[in-house]
Design a protein around this ligand. Structure first.
Ligand code: 5GP
Length: 260
């Protein structure tokens, strides 16, 4: 029996050659990193949950006409995706100030932004993913003018959809990161959404308590990251509700249990 070929290993995922040409298998790990991999750890069960959440979001985005790489989920940790030529840009959409924009510009975390912001970062670990302007993207040929137009349009549509999707389960979508890739048909290419959408790359705050339900729990040593990811999946209806419908995620109880 031959072993399948690994194409790429990232911080949170591994890509293997898929069963047909033009496909890949995306494997979700429990590994978590932050601050350009200076902080490393594991979030137990994260890979399984992110696989499910990403499947759910990408499937629904497909239904509203946002083209993406997702084909189908294969098992607990793997999904079949279309192979794309990754565009080396991280697209960050922000509704509320948090994280690096607060640090960079001194805007208090939690301040509503006057309007939704789209920012671009150059995907390069060695450089620490520096923020870039559209001018840099065009100057260095990372994406063309029409491609950037499509990317910005899709990012806004994803944001509109996800704000509603999360609001319906009492979660405020603060910001998130997207990645895009090209697929080729002869000499013509098209940009589609790729990578994943999960609490790893989104800031999700409980609408009423403001509790963080995302990777900032790991980044900021808040604890309860497993429970937070599970809570997002549970509210989306993706987990079997073993504890019955009245069981509500209680981070203060969790903190007491951990002695914090
Ligand atoms: P910030 O620039 O404030 O650190 O991040 C903005 C948003 O993009 C956050 O939701 C954050 O999770 C996401 N993000 C930015 N860069 C990365 C990255 O390299 N990996 C992941 N998983 N998310 C990122």
């Amino acid at each position: 029996m031959s072993r399948r070929r690994q194409i790429y290993e990232g911080k949170a995922k591994i890509l293997y050659e898929g069963p047909e040409p033009g496909t890949l298998i995306q494997y979700f790990k429990d590994d978590a990193t932050a601050f350009n991999a200076q902080k490393k750890g594991t979030i137990q069960g994260k890979g399984v949950i992110n696989n499910r959440i990403s499947e759910y979001v990408f499937t629904r985005l497909n239904h509203i006409g946002v083209p993406n790489h997702f084909i189908r989920r294969l098992n607990m940790r793997e999904q079949l995706v279309r192979q794309v030529e990754i565009i080396p840009i991280e697209v960050v959409v922000r509704n509320v100030a948090a994280g690096s924009i607060s640090k960079r510009l001194g805007i208090p975390e939690g301040d509503m932004l006057p309007h939704t912001l789209i920012e671009y970062y150059y995907k390069d670990d060695a450089l620490g993913d520096p923020m870039i302007a559209e001018e840099h993207i065009r100057c260095f040929g990372w994406a063309g003018h029409d491609e950037m137009q499509d990317i910005a349009d899709m990012a806004i549509r994803v944001n509109d959809f996800m704000c509603g999707m999360f609001a319906a389960i009492d979660i405020r979508l603060i910001d998130f990161k997207l990645e895009f890739g090209r697929i080729w048909d002869g000499d013509f290419s098209r940009v589609i959404l790729a990578d994943e959408i999960s609490p790893d790359g989104c800031r999700l705050w409980d609408m009423h308590t403001g509790e963080k339900l995302d990777k900032d729990r790991f980044r900021r040593d808040l604890g309860g990251e497993e429970e937070a990811y599970q809570e997002v999946a549970r509210r989306l209806g993706l987990l079997q509700d073993d504890n019955g419908p009245s069981e509500v995620f209680d981070l203060s109880k969790h903190r007491k249990l951990r002695g914090k």
